[in-house]
Design a binder for this molecule. Structure first.
Ligand SMILES: [Zn+2]
Length: 233
């Protein structure tokens, strides 16, 4: 009865102040969706949380040991996920990242695959860059995940210590070396045998997540998993 009443109130609220689809800007008819129906049906879910190991795990083979990797959507050019990621990053839409985190966290919680995890660790941004943007989209996404998964966020274990200059003239190994040096571990974090989920918006080559995971794995007995909103695969 309570649930019915809540649904009715939410539906009424949605009629009076319709939620707007962040991709196409048309009204969203169903209160519990983050996108309108036509945009939502063009998203490609990975369903990785239903599998023991998704093929995206191969991105890290021979690099760093990662326990589990999950991404909610496959990244497709000119699809709603491209617009979502762009809006989250450049259009001041932190609440969309949080909402997606809550939505996705429910799937991950139901899968039972992250029950043993101690901390969610959003990939840090350089403080100056974060001040300019006003938020870190990975932290916003992690906040939503944290609500659904009931796992606390720790934002002070790894730091981003410098901003890379123009990367255009550097080759891939120079870029990766610079990236690896840009993350550092907080020496004051002393808990051993912890399982961390590194959280980021998108997994592409894995270079950033590799660099951050390498720092966490310096902690004795540490385990690292990765959760992203999208994966380029
Ligand atoms: Zn739409």
């Amino acid at each position: 009865m309570k649930k019915m009443l809540r649904t009715w109130i939410q539906d009424l609220g949605n009629c009076l102040y319709p939620k707007i689809c962040p991709v196409c800007k048309s009204p969203i008819r169903t209160w519990n969706r983050f996108l309108c129906y036509p945009c939502h049906k063009n998203l490609a879910y990975t369903h990785s949380w239903k599998m023991n190991q998704h093929p995206m795990h191969a991105i890290f083979w021979g690099r760093v040991p990662i326990q589990r990797i999950d991404a909610l959507f496959h990244y497709r050019k000119n699809s709603p996920i491209q617009t979502i990621l762009h809006r989250i990053k450049y259009h001041h839409y932190p609440e969309l990242a949080e909402e997606l985190g809550r939505y996705y966290g429910n799937y991950l919680a139901k899968s039972g695959k992250y029950q043993e995890v101690d901390w969610l660790v959003p990939i840090p941004m350089h403080p100056k860059k974060e001040r300019e943007r006003g938020y870190n989209q990975a932290t916003c996404f992690a906040k939503g995940l944290s609500e659904s998964l009931k796992i606390p966020i720790h934002q002070n274990i790894i730091h981003k210590s410098m901003i890379s200059n123009s990367q255009t003239k550097k080759n891939r190994s120079e870029r990766n070396r610079e990236l690896a040096q840009s993350f550092s571990l907080n020496p004051r974090f002393r808990r051993k045998n912890q399982h961390f989920i590194l959280v980021d918006d998108v997994l592409t080559t894995g270079a950033t997540l590799d660099a951050a995971a390498s720092q966490l794995l310096k902690i004795k007995g540490a385990k690292v998993s990765i959760v992203t909103l999208a994966v380029v695969i």
